[in-house]
Each structure stands twice: as structure tokens, then as C-alpha cells.
Design a protein around this ligand. Sequence first.
Ligand code: AVJ
Length: 319
Amino acid sequence: MSPEVADSRSELDLIDSFLQDVVAGLSLPQKALPPKYFYDAPGSKLFEKICRLPEYYLTRAELSLTRKNLSSIARFAGKGCDLLEYGSGESVKTRLLLRGVRPSAYVAVDISPAALLGAVRKLSRAFPKLSITGLAGDFSRPLKIPAFEGRRRRVVYFPGSTIGNLSPQEAQAFLRMTRGQVGPRGAMLVGVDLKKDATVLHAAYNDSRGVTAAFNLNLLARINRELGGDFDLRAWRHYAFYNAPLGRIEMHLVSLKKQVVDIALHRFTLAAGETIHTENSYKYSMEEFRALAALGGFAARKVWTDRKGLFALFGLEAA
Ligand code: AVJ
């Protein structure tokens, strides 16, 4: 079957909400930008590079636990289900999962049309008989899923600890929304980064090659490219730390001097040392995530981890 990639909204809409979100975020007392905007084409490439860094254990840990437990994961999902993946990106784990699960249909949802198109093309070549659909869009809002109209079991695959970008409250609401989409017999496979030694976390978000810094700074470069901003990239520094009481890595961009930035018709003034908060990456204990899933309407039936206990894949079933 030939792959389909549909954009859920028009280009103009996308630019417009980017500008609105940037202006709203930079108008807050603690300036902030939504992490979903990291993933333009250069940003997606930088993220793929992060995934291969020695310090960034998440991707390797999740891949190894998926390999090790593939038959058990496949049994949980159920052969012939409809599989929907959020934030599919490079889709290395996806190949494994598709081979194990053998779903009836597969739908990939990703914010980056370029990354999505690449992934869907490669997957269609590797799985020529599988019905594959790509949907370019933002999964933080309810999406209309074309392949999801049958009576088959629906399974949402949400790997990579992307759920960590949401606050626990937002994650709970997201789980509830997904619970509504998959229905009473539906399920979710969610990748969750586990709490661990803060030095390990710190290294993962402050890599020695500066790739994470480049990824973070690309957000300002993107505002310059797409919204006509005039951020001076030399006047900003990447800053990431583990906020232990809140259980999250915070990424910021630090203004190295007092400066004025113009974006379209908007002007922002930043003090020396002031930051723009660009990402939260929440870490959970097994018990914490189990409790969160329950609040979102799911029972944690299965949990698989890597040998070092760095990362977990949860098998959630509608409760
Ligand atoms: C894709 C959101 C899971 O939080 O670890 C990597 C993004 N940020 N390095 C993460 C990210 C900095 C990543 N997620």
C-alpha cells in the first residue's frame, strides 16, 4: 500500500500559532517556549544526533528493553491491532515493534512533516503490505485518526519519554484523552524515563559535544528564520539542571547580557542572566507513574525495564 502523509492543518495556520505561542511565552514573568517547536528539520536532525550521544542513555536503554522483551510486548499489544504512534521521529524502535506485533494498520503522528515523511517512506519500504498513514500534527489536542474506525483493538505507542515533556497534570489529562480515543478495550505502550542519580541525568542533558546546547539554541534560530526574529545567538547559553523537588530536568536559555529582541512587531527586553525556560523532562519512579496512569484511566498491567533500570516501558490497559 502506498504511504499517505496528511497535514492536519495548513502552513499559514502553523506559522500563525508558532508566532502566537512565542509571543505569549515571552510575555510571561518566567519567559518560556513550548518544546514542541524544537522539531523543525534542523532540530529533528539535532535530536537524532542526541539519541546517539554516549551520555544520552534514554534511547539505547529503551531500544535494548524493547529487543529483550519483544515477544511479551507483542503479546500485550495483540496481533492485528490498530497501532498509533505519537512522535514517531526516526522510528528505529517502531521497526522492531511492527515486526513483533504485526498490526493491521499503523498510523504515525509527528509534529515535523520532514521527519515524518522520511520515516513513513522507510517504513513503507520495509513493510510493503502494511497499511501505513502519516499524520503531521500536534498530539496535544484530539486528532481525528482515519484508520481508527474499525472494531479492532487500538493501541497507542508513545515511546521515548515524550510524556516527560508534560507536567504530571497535563500528562494525566493527555492519558484521559487517549483513553477516550482507544476505547474500553484499548491500550497504551508508554516509554518513561526513571528517576536516577542526578549526575547521570545532568550528563545526559549537558553532553560534552554540545549537541544538546545546539538543539536548545536552534529554537531561537528557528524564530529568526520563520518569524523574522533578531535573536543574537552568541548572546545566549544553554543551561540544564535537575530540579529534584519537582522531579524534572529543566532546560533554559540564559541571556548573557541585557538585550532587546524584536520578533515581527513585538519587542522583548531581557535582563542579563534572565532565562527562557524551553523544556521540562519529568522523571518518574515506577510507583509514581503507575499512580499517574490510574488517574488517567489506565491500569498498569505490565512494565518492562532495561538491565540497569534506567528506563521503563509501561503496558497500560483501559481501566
Ligand atoms: C524527546 C522529550 C524525550 O526530554 O529527553 C533531549 C528531548 N531534550 N535532550 C527528552 C530532549 C534534551 C527528549 N524528549
